[in-house]
Design a protein around this ligand. Structure first.
Ligand SMILES: Cc1ncc(COP(=O)(O)O)c(C=O)c1O
Length: 352
């Protein structure tokens, strides 16, 4: 058993079925948070406390030099009772790849994993009652030092907060291939889950939305030719029955949904190619009737079918994902594993 994390329970729970089941995603947080502060070269004892403000310096280092990073994962109610977290070890490993890139201290499993499990156990009643719901878990770490000077901070805070996440009924997402801005480039921070990557993407999403799209398709930062990601998701195409997805190579966030889907597809004997795919190839495959489906994949939606796809002055509408298709089947299988309805043969679930 992991060491027990001290808990101060709230004396005024805000939990009501109405708030939990109807609040828009991310608008309300569960009753408790985990907090740990880093100073003198080590993490302090983590504590679970009621959700609410925590004192900070007036202008912590994160606001100057941008050492701010985060993760996102979910806990699912299980068939027959109980709650389990999906791939918490993979999110922990990814956060520590991000800390390494951003010159931040590693976060130990005793805080990230044990803290997640303890917090979910405490606030599991915040999972909405509607089938398909989950508890969204948001670990975040940021520099809290005060001294000025561009160097790694010597003070950090790690927080885990959670919020109710109702079922995600994704219609098709319409995407515009981005030509002005780039998300990442070789040697940059594209594969790190750092705040700056998201700040830099906001204006692109806003401009795409003004043109009637949900988000952008990011193209590579050098030639603006190869597809990288679908807004805040990884991207997959089904071409002639083969699932094709851009390779991880430093510029793409290594999505845990992406990795899980590729594993399940390979298990099922579906051909998978991790290779560069030019935006021209996507349009050519569509013109030849070989583009069977395209989707964004990520924790929020799992698999979000792509509808309209535009690049410069050409636009296509991609066919919907059918339940019998490779993406339809793998989406259903992943859902069944997450909810304990199918065997967890890769040991992805951690019961709380
Ligand atoms: C830029 C970006 N790409 C891809 C993903 C999908 O990653 P995951 O499947 O781990 O949620 C996310 C979400 O975390 C993201 O922010």
């Amino acid at each position: 058993m992991p060491a027990t994390i001290p808990v101060t329970r709230t004396s005024a729970s805000r939990l009501t079925p109405q708030l939990r089941d109807t609040a828009p995603f991310g608008a309300v947080f569960s009753d408790h948070v985990l907090v740990s502060d880093f100073a003198d070269g080590q993490w302090g004892e983590p504590r679970i406390v009621p959700y609410g403000p925590q004192a900070l310096p007036v202008a912590p280092a994160v606001a100057h030099y941008g050492q701010g990073i985060f993760e996102g994962l979910k806990a699912y109610p299980q068939e027959g009772g109980g709650v389990a977290v999906f791939r918490v070890d993979a999110n922990h490993a990814r956060m520590n790849r991000t800390t390494a890139r951003m010159a931040m201290p590693e976060i130990p499993a005793s805080i990230f994993i044990d803290g997640t499990l303890a917090l979910v156990a405490l606030d599991r009643d915040w999972i909405p009652a509607t089938p398909g719901s989950a508890l969204y878990i948001r670990p975040v770490m940021f520099a809290t030092g005060e001294p000025l000077g561009v160097r790694p901070s010597d003070h950090y805070r790690f927080v885990i907060e959670t919020c109710p996440s109702g079922p995600y009924f994704s219609g098709a997402v319409d995407l515009l291939a981005e030509e002005t801005y780039v998300r990442a480039f070789p040697g940059g921070t594209g594969e790190a889950k750092c705040a700056g990557n998201y700040a830099g993407s906001l204006v692109a999403a806003r401009e795409a939305q003004a043109r009637g799209f949900h988000n952008v398709i990011w193209l590579d930062g050098i030639e603006r030719r190869y597809v990288e990601e679908a807004g805040l998701m990884n991207i997959v195409f089904v071409i002639d029955g083969t699932v094709v997805t851009p390779p991880l190579g430093g510029t793409i966030l290594p999505g845990i949904t992406r990795a899980s889907i590729l594993t399940l597809l390979r298990d099922a004997g579906v051909p998978v190619e991790e290779r560069r795919i030019a935006i021209d190839e996507v349009f050519e495959a569509h013109a030849a009737g070989r583009l069977h489906a395209a989707a964004g994949v990520g924790t929020a939606a799992t698999i979000a079918p792509i509808g309209r796809l535009r690049h410069r002055d050409r636009e296509i509408v991609v066919a919907p994902i059918t339940p019998e298709s490779p993406l339809g089947r793998v989406g259903a299988e992943l859902e069944a594993i997450r909810t304990g309805k199918a065997p967890d043969r890769h040991a992805w679930m951690r019961a709380v």
